[in-house]
Design a binder for this molecule. Structure first.
Ligand SMILES: Nc1nc2c(ncn2[C@@H]2O[C@H](COP(=O)(O)OP(=O)(O)OP(=O)(O)O)[C@@H](O)[C@H]2O)c(=O)[nH]1
Ligand SMILES: [Mg+2]
Length: 372
């Protein structure tokens, strides 16, 4: 085993020197910041001191053909390093979280910290998850988990990563039907796909499960909105009540007391306005007989989705519905929102066809969509 102590101006510089002196299979055992005196002790300078080793036994094994020669051999960090690496990753995440967003130097520091320490296979997967929109915290959890399991080869990574990511999502109670309450309400911003999705859910419940269904709409904002829902109601031979107030709503509940499921459509609003949230909760009593879905388009930006969830923090959201997944290739944003809020996924919709284009997806399904 060859060991070298290298002092350099930055981790990146140290990594280059290590590669030059010990080759690409060298592994960093330890790194720390040190203060060195320069110019006859007049000037202090912060530097990094890195201890790196090259395990020749490993090299010999590789040379004897015990490892595939063509593909670069992933360097599995040793046990004592794993602890060090996971600490480094936690520290890096804390620093990035504490810093203002778009903090270039910290982002650079984080990359510099990982470069040359992590095997290439893990760097690659980290980048892939980043491209999907997963944040530093989730990605660092994945890297720590993969390192702890010693998963550095592609097949191992795939298997472990699936488990790690799925474990971050709220558990799915698969024995319970997704539509489980008497009242089903969908709300969300304008044009998210609420009415189309209500029609899909109602049609599936009426046709496949042979349930007696009815509709309520509180979307009295647009004339066309009532007509839109009426068309679906007529097609399904189901009654529809239009509610302008809580009194209307209570009356409609009485009218539909013998029905199995009542699907409630609401007006799409700019929910940045607190008054619109109040309007919604004034008409609909969000009690335990109501199953509520916040509907968001999968094409929305992460920050907008996050703000939307925050705005509804006083309205109980049972599950999310993400629409228009057919219009995006990035499922990471959805994953991020679910993992962060711990609000489960109800449905994904993937097209304009009623009732076909709707999916019930488990946490594992969503993970696989992110990794695809
Ligand atoms: N590509 C695609 N389009 C969809 C999907 N779901 C709904 N849409 C379309 O999105 C548009 C808006 O759908 P609506 O159901 O009217 O949306 P809404 O949320 O009820 O709209 P407002 O009531 O005006 O707030 C329509 O053109 C739908 O066909 C989907 O999963 N994929
Ligand atoms: Mg609508």
């Amino acid at each position: 085993m060859k060991m070298k102590k290298i002092t350099a101006n930055s981790m990146q510089e140290a990594t280059i020197q290590i590669r030059q002196q010990l080759g690409k299979d060298a592994v960093i055992l330890n790194s720390k910041t040190v203060v060195k005196r320069k110019l006859f002790g007049l000037k202090k300078q912060q530097m990094v001191e890195v201890i790196a080793v090259l395990d020749q036994d490993f090299e010999e094994r590789a040379g004897k053909g015990l490892q595939p020669a063509a593909a670069p051999i992933p360097v599995l960090p040793k046990k004592e390093q794993i602890q060090h690496l996971t600490q480094e990753l936690s520290a890096a995440t804390q620093a990035v979280k504490a810093a203002p967003s778009h903090s270039q130097p910290l982002e650079y520091a984080r990359n510099e910290r990982h470069a040359g320490i992590l095997p290439d296979s893990l760097m690659k997967i980290d980048q892939k998850l980043k491209d999907q929109g997963l944040d530093d915290e989730i990605r660092d959890e994945c890297l720590k988990g993969l390192l702890t399991k010693g998963a550095v080869k592609e097949e191992q990574i795939e298997k472990e990563l699936e488990k790690l990511l799925t474990g971050m999502l709220p558990a799915h109670t698969s024995d319970e039907p997704m539509i489980r309450s008497k009242y089903i309400v969908l709300f969300g911003s304008t044009g998210a796909g609420k009415t189309t999705t209500i029609a899909k859910l109602a049609a599936k419940t009426a046709i496949q499960q042979q349930k007696k269904i009815a509709f309520i709409t509180t979307d009295t904002y647009r004339i066309a909105a009532i007509e839109q829902l009426k068309t679906y109601a007529e097609l399904l031979n189901a009654p529809l009540e239009v509610c302008y107030s809580r009194e209307d709503f209570v009356k409609a509940q009485q009218t539909f007391k013998d029905y199995d499921h009542i699907f409630i459509d609401t007006a799409g609003r700019n929910f940045k306005e607190e008054a619109y949230i109040k309007e919604l909760t004034d008409i609909i009593p969000f009690d335990e007989s109501i199953q509520s879905f916040l509907v968001m388009s999968a094409t929305s930006k992460y920050q907008d989705m996050k703000a939307m969830v925050k705005r509804f923090e006083h309205v109980p959201i049972d599950q999310f519905i993400f629409t228009k997944v057919d219009e995006t290739d990035t499922m990471g944003t959805i994953f991020q929102i679910i993992a962060e809020s711990q609000i489960g996924l109800g449905f994904l919709t993937n097209g304009q066809n009623v009732p076909e284009d709707i999916l019930e997806s488990s946490p594992l399904d969503l993970t696989r969509m992110v990794l695809q």
